[in-house]
Design a protein around this ligand. Sequence first.
Ligand SMILES: Cc1cc2nc3c(=O)[nH]c(=O)nc-3n(C[C@H](O)[C@H](O)[C@H](O)COP(=O)(O)OP(=O)(O)OC[C@H]3O[C@@H](n4cnc5c(N)ncnc54)[C@H](O)[C@@H]3O)c2cc1C
Length: 325
Amino acid sequence: MTDVLVIGAGMSGIACARALQTASVPVRLVDKGRGLGGRVATRRADVAGESITFDHGTQYLDQSEDAERIAKLGRGAVDVWQLGERTSRVVGVPGMAALPKALADGLDFTLNTRVTTVVERGALWEIETDAGNMTASHVVVTVPAPQLEPILGETHAIVQQATSAVMRPCLTLMAAFDRDTPAPFVTRRDANAVLTWIAQNNTKPGRSTAFQTWVAQAHPDWSETHIDADRSEIKTRMVDLLCSALSVAPSKLRHAGLQGWRYGLVETHLGQPFLSDGTLWAGGDWCCGPKVQDAWRSGTDIAASVLRTLETSAPVRSEVANQSG
Ligand SMILES: Cc1cc2nc3c(=O)[nH]c(=O)nc-3n(C[C@H](O)[C@H](O)[C@H](O)COP(=O)(O)OP(=O)(O)OC[C@H]3O[C@@H](n4cnc5c(N)ncnc54)[C@H](O)[C@@H]3O)c2cc1C
């Protein structure tokens, strides 16, 4: 039996693990996060006794065929967000994070576990994590491109090739106002503004309407300049910008939170679905595009490559075992 360890349980890791499990290959996902989905994420906040949520990463699935295929796989965890008479988008319900959770149903995964290094030892890989060591015969790494280096080492061929991918930060504000606050629009995209995307989160299906909730994403240039600045100062500046865009008095604000996605958005991708070196693969959106469906494609293409390798290689006895117990 040959086992595969997939590092990163975002959409690319989940796609890869699903395809391998379907082919009856024992596979385990490991992620440093508290939940599945990576940048397809939902943040919860308690405000005046009400539990409210914000989609602080991916906003929706677009209308491409590839995205629609993913939505179909996640049936039961998605719904339509009506943005106008003729405009709609597919979103996770009750939050975006419900989609990766549904897609990962039945997979073997370990959360809250950060992989620190992956080192080849004979026919096996030794994976060091902050919760103990593991071994595997095949390893798939689906972390954002700049996060490969600490895991694989600066001189690794995959790390060198991945440097061509450019990922930009995205500072994201989550704000809640009194529910009767006037809302001038549901979404606004303005590539020239500091807040390039503003969306009224509570208009998505299945969300709490106890407050009027907004998500605002800052321009990549502005985010890059401010990603290491004092977070409470940045939050205040983004709240002011949002209030001005909505023509709302800051006194109406009931809650504000800030997320700094350091490697949030793909600006330049590699133009190929993954990188590989023997029994090691690396992938994610940074390989083939900036969207969920690109991450998904990278993961499924890696799985196909792993399966080809398994078919052509001699059987290797191995285990993905948490040796720390
Ligand atoms: C603010 C924002 C808005 C977006 N909006 C949209 C949108 O509306 N529509 C759309 O299609 N796309 C959108 N995207 C892009 C989309 O989120 C990504 O393309 C996609 O989710 C990437 O998936 P992934 O699996 O490649 O990477 P990720 O989701 O980043 O998954 C990588 C995983 O690796 C884990 N990890 C990293 N390092 C380690 C380690 N050392 N050990 C263990 N685990 C580790 C992380 O915790 C993470 O879960 C948006 C992205 C952002 C940031």
